[in-house]
Structures are given as structure tokens and as C-alpha cells.
Design a binder for this molecule. Structure first.
Ligand code: ARG
Length: 472
């Protein structure tokens, strides 16, 4: 027998619950057949982490329940008194939550149970025609819609802040790199403007994610519909969704899928921000010296008094990688799953919430940082060595009718004696669409402003629907 193997004929020892594990208080489960039957270690393993995350879903869960109760009233499942009592109870739980007096414990299992059990008798009919499966789907959708709005607004604001700096230093010459080798003259306007324009395009991806998520899964039950004639259009409308997600099984199957699409959009956004952050780290190093960071955006060293470190930008770079990993972890949970609900799906909640926290936070830091990046004109000018204009000299010959390949070879033969060039004149003279002399910065700013307004309108519409549920 190898060391550590269980001796034969003796039952395996009971698993010790981890030290930090809270012992179950009353078994408050909605489903429990034999109270106390669930092993405490299993209870902890299955529910502890999820119950903690569910604290983030309380508001959405209560909104979903308010809409569901109103629908049950409209189809005659609840009488007026029952409905009012439920409304009152649900609002009371929300107020307790807002005052920090509503905690979801492992014994509760989840937010859905915690809310229902706090309602007492008034809550007994609330679970008619629904399942925790369509409840959690709805909660995550509402969280997703709200956070997509916040993220898109933060991204638009970051983009506008970058474009404002691009306009401020539009014709400040700067070397352009390929392979991290000096390549051609570029400009501060082109560098920052590129990121502003790319951020505007990431809003297209966020918009696609929003469109997918903007379908209400409530009423799909456990994934196969319910045995009462529920009015799914009404609940969708009450919650501020644009439409009902039709097929009940598809509702379940889209859990994890829609979230992965949203996280892919978030990862695209943080990918853009991470790349910018990487440029900033490089350009503010002593070796480049193109940028100076204001003290508000650098940290110090505990041992080297001279150090100023670009921590926020390094962290944005790392968080961009984290976002890509979170997207994958959500996507991979759904791979190989059979159709319908499986408990595996619970595992997507953590990555989704984390990603929705991280992405707008990264965008906000870039928005704040943009005006604090001070270009060092001297160092930029010194880096614009004559060789950077080699291709431009070849184009001067092309303008005189010399075939490009010949012009290329002629200039290549004179690299050590190229005519000096006025950098600013050079970058201003390039006037085709997207060149340093015609970056369309104003147009891009206007596009971002318009997109931001659209997202703000979306958010207001959602909030207005939710406020009606909370106040009517
Ligand atoms: N916490 C669960 C989750 O996030 C809620 C749904 C529970 N459904 C079930 N059939 N056990 O997936």
C-alpha cells in the first residue's frame, strides 16, 4: 500500500470543513428535501463563492422580481393585495441592501433564495412560472446592459480626451516606428489620433454585444417554458429590454455565449488601451524621453529615490491581458456543455463581473491621463534624424517622373548625405485622408460625442424603466 492510501475496511474520514467556513445556520434552501442532508463541505464548495458574488446582483434580482410580480398580477395569478404586499416587501429588501443590511450567506445559497425567504408569506407566490435559471439569466443581462453603457461612455470619453490632445499637438513632429526602428516622420496628432479613432470603433463591438444582450430571457423558466400563459412581452418591456428572447432553450444556451461576446468587446477595448499604455511606458523612459508624466500618474520606489514609475500604465497593460483571459474563461466554460442549464454556468459569473469592473476603470484612467502627458519637443525633434525622410526624398524624385524603384535605389546610395528637411512642413504637407496633414481629428471627436450621447440615452432609458418599477 502506498503511503497515504486509505486502509481497507475503514470508511473514509469525513471531509473537514475548511477553517474559515461559516457553519450552516438554518437550511434555508428552496429545494431541500431532507434538511441537513447536504454535507457542509459540499455546501461551502458549491455556494460560498457564488453567494458572495450574488451581492452584486441584488438590485437586478429585485427589479426582475418586481417585473415578474406585475406580470403575474396582469394574468390573474396575484390579486391586488398580494401584488402590493410583494412590491412593498421587495422594495424593503432593496432598501436594506442599500443600507448594507442584507447579506447573502452560504446557507441561503443564492440571491434568489435570499430575497424570496426574506419576503415571508408575501413571497410564496413569487416563484410561480419562473425558475432560478431564467432569474439569474435576467440578472446577468441587466448587469451586462448597464455595464456596457458605463463602459461605452467611459471609452468614448477616453477617446475624446485623446483626440483633444491630438488636436492640441496636431502638427508636433514625432518619429514613426516599424519593427521598433525609426521609420518615417509622424506626429503627436497621428499617434494620439489613431487611438481616439480606434476607440470609436470599439464602440461598434460594444454595440453588437448590447444588441445581443438586449433580449429578455425571463419567462423561459428552467429552459423549457412554463405551464401558465405568461406575458413575456410585458416583463421585457417593464425591465427596459427591446425584445423578448424567443426560444426558451436558446435562452439557457445563450448564457455564457452572450457574456463571452460582451467580454470580447471589453477585451478589444482594453487591448487598445493596453497598447497605448505600452507606448506611454516606452516613450516616457529615459532612453526615449518623448513624454513626461505628471506626478499624479507616477509612483516612486522604496529604495531608489530618483525613480518615477508609470504604474497605472503598466497595470492597464496587464489588465488588458487579464481581460483577454477572462473572455476565454467564460467562453471555455460553455465548450462541450450539453444544451440546457448545467451548474458549470455559475462559473461565468465571477469573470463577467470582474471584467465589467476592470474595463471602464482602465478607460477612466486613460481619460484622466491624456491631458497629463507632456510631450518633450526637444527630444522629439532630436529623434527625427535625416534618414527618416529617405522615402520622402524618393517621392520627390517620383514627382519628377523617376520610377519609384529607381528613386529608391538612388536615395539608398546617398543615405549619409540627405538634404535636411523641415519636420513640421513635411508632416503638414501630407494631405491625403489619414495622413499627418489630414487626420480628421475634428470629425472623429464629433463622431465620439455623438456615440457617447447615444449610449447615455440608452442608459437613461434603462434607468427610467427601472425607476418606474421601483416607484409606481
Ligand atoms: N447560482 C445559480 C447560477 O448562477 C443560480 C441558478 C440555479 N439553478 C439551478 N438549477 N440550480 O447558475
Amino acid at each position: 500500500m502506498y503511503p497515504g492510501a486509505l486502509p481497507r475496511n475503514r470508511p473514509p474520514r469525513q471531509l473537514e470543513p475548511p477553517l474559515a467556513m461559516p457553519q450552516s445556520r438554518v437550511m434555508a434552501k428552496l429545494w431541500t428535501a431532507a434538511p441537513g442532508a447536504l454535507h457542509p463541505a459540499v455546501e461551502h464548495f458549491c455556494f460560498a463563492a457564488d453567494a458572495a458574488l450574488d451581492g452584486r446582483l441584488v438590485r437586478y434580482d429585485i427589479l426582475g422580481s418586481l417585473a415578474h410580480a406585475q406580470m403575474l398580477r396582469s394574468i390573474g395569478v396575484l390579486d391586488k393585495d398580494e401584488w402590493r404586499r410583494l412590491q412593498h416587501g421587495l422594495r424593503r429588501v432593496l432598501r436594506a441592501h442599500e443600507r448594507g443590511r442584507f447579506t447573502i450567506t452560504t446557507a441561503d445559497e443564492d440571491v434568489h433564495t435570499a430575497v424570496e425567504t426574506r419576503l415571508g408569506r408575501a413571497g410564496e407566490k413569487l416563484h410561480t412560472a419562473r425558475s432560478r435559471n431564467d432569474q439569474v439569466l435576467t440578472d446577468m443581462r441587466l448587469l451586462g446592459l448597464e455595464q456596457l453603457c458605463h463602459t461605452a461612455i467611459a471609452a468614448a470619453r477616453a477617446g475624446r480626451a485623446l483626440l483633444a490632445q491630438a488636436r492640441r499637438h496636431e502638427f508636433l513632429p514625432m518619429p514613426g516606428y516599424t519593427h521598433l526602428q525609426r521609420a518615417m516622420p509622424s506626429s503627436y496628432g497621428m499617434w494620439m489620433g489613431a487611438y481616439g479613432e480606434e476607440l470609436a470603433d470599439t464602440l461598434v463591438e460594444l454595440d453588437a454585444a448590447y444588441t445581443l444582450m438586449d433580449q429578455c430571457p425571463l419567462g423561459s423558466g428552467a429552459g423549457y417554458g412554463v405551464g401558465l400563459k405568461v406575458d413575456r412581452r410585458l416583463t421585457a418591456k417593464l425591465l427596459g429590454f427591446s425584445r423578448v428572447q424567443n426560444n426558451s432553450l436558446y435562452c439557457q444556451n445563450s448564457r455564457g455565449h452572450f457574456e463571452a461576446v460582451a467580454l470580447s468587446a471589453l477585451a478589444s477595448l482594453t487591448g487598445v488601451l493596453g497598447r497605448l499604455a505600452s507606448d506611454i511606458c516606452l516613450f516616457c523612459s529615459e532612453e526615449f524621453g518623448f513624454l513626461k508624466l505628471s506626478p499624479g500618474f507616477t509612483t516612486g520606489s522604496s529604495i531608489m529615490p530618483q525613480k518615477r514609475n508609470p504604474d497605472p500604465f503598466e497595470l492597464i497593460r496587464a489588465k488588458a491581458v487579464r481581460l483577454a483571459a477572462l473572455e476565454q474563461s467564460v467562453r471555455l466554460v460553455t465548450h462541450g456543455l450539453i444544451s440546457g442549464y448545467s451548474k458549470d454556468l455559475q462559473e461565468i459569473k465571477g469573470p463577467v463581473i470582474e471584467a465589467f469592473d476592470l474595463a471602464p476603470a482602465c478607460a477612466q484612467i486613460i481619460e484622466l491621463a491624456a491631458p497629463e502627458l507632456v510631450p518633450n519637443k526637444k527630444r522629439l525633434a532630436a529623434a527625427l534624424t535625416p534618414d527618416l525622410y529617405a522615402a520622402d526624398h524618393a517621392y520627390d524624385l517620383v514627382k519628377q517622373g523617376v520610377p519609384f524603384r529607381r528613386a529608391y535605389h538612388r536615395i539608398k546610395g546617398q543615405l549619409d548625405r540627405l538634404e535636411p528637411v523641415d519636420a513640421e512642413k513635411n508632416i503638414r504637407s501630407k494631405a491625403h485622408f489619414g495622413a499627418t496633414g489630414r487626420l480628421g481629428l475634428k470629425e472623429n471627436s464629433a463622431r465620439l460625442r455623438e456615440l457617447e450621447t447615444g449610449w447615455a440615452r440608452r442608459l437613461r432609458r434603462l434607468r427610467a424603466a427601472w425607476n418606474r418599477l421601483l416607484k409606481d
